[in-house]
Design a protein around this ligand. Structure first.
Ligand code: GDP
Ligand code: MG
Length: 219
């Protein structure tokens, strides 16, 4: 039987945070549409993207067996607060885990981070956070602590946080060592991964890991 998009057993909200320009929107578009944009513009309002895919979790190994289902991208022009649950229902990112359908909504900012103006509505109900910095810009790594504080102030205390060092393709410009970020992540109890949205390295893995971790916590 065909399942309706509205059918799900769990709904996970995952937010993307980090300084402006670190590559959040491109990480998301790489994941949801396999697209990358060199000159990406800020969008108006909140943007969230979803992708339908299924993967199996068995013994902690995540195996993607359906990568090309439909993908869709929604632009909700207006403020964050105008976002409504029913728009989410039309845009499932669902995964099947042990017979359960899990729908994930990945929220991206619309550039509010530039003005440190992300509202608590953005964090509300989030079970996971992808905290991104740019490996070529030390300040974006230094600001990770500020983002963690922001999460502590606004998000659920059980939120699963993954630290992501993006733009690893810019090898000659690297200014944040992998070991430094790894050490920091360990001390703070975060998962850690380095990605390149441009070269499509580890983007898939980042999303799979955080969704798997959220599932393990809530189930
Ligand atoms: P956001 O402000 O965090 O959403 O960042 P964007 O996704 O808008 O990206 C900011 C800029 O960084 C854009 O010019 C992107 O093309 C570029 N960018 C994003 N990801 C990568 C990456 O992995 N490698 C490189 N070289 N550039 C990237
Ligand atoms: Mg953006």
């Amino acid at each position: 039987a065909r399942r309706l998009d509205e059918d799900y057993d769990y709904l996970f909200k995952v937010v993307l945070i980090g300084d402006s320009g670190v590559g959040k929107s491109n990480i998301l578009s790489r994941f949801t549409r396999n697209e990358f944009c060199l000159e990406s513009k800020s969008t108006i309002g909140v943007e969230f993207a979803t992708r339908t895919l299924q993967f199996l979790i068995s013994g902690g190994i995540y195996k993607l067996y359906n990568r090309k289902e439909k993908s869709c991208y929604l632009f909700v022009a207006r403020e964050l607060l105008s976002w409504r649950a029913n728009s989410a229902l039309r845009s499932p990112f669902s995964i099947k885990v042990e017979g359960k359908t899990i729908k994930a909504q990945i929220w991206d900012t619309a550039g509010q981070e530039r003005y440190r103006a992300i509202t608590s509505a953005y964090y509300r109900g989030a079970l996971g956070a992808l905290l991104v910095y740019d490996v070529t810009k030390p300040t974006t790594f230094e600001n990770v602590s500020r983002w963690l504080k922001e999460l502590r102030d606004h998000a659920d205390s059980n939120i699963v946080i993954m630290l992501i060092g993006n733009k690893t393709d810019l090898k000659h410009l690297r200014a944040v060592a992998t070991e430094d970020a790894q050490g920091f992540a360990e001390r703070e109890g975060l998962s850690f991964i380095e990605t390149s949205a441009l070269e499509a390295v580890n983007v898939e893995k980042a999303f799979q890991t955080i969704l798997g971790e959220v599932y393990r916590i809530i189930s």
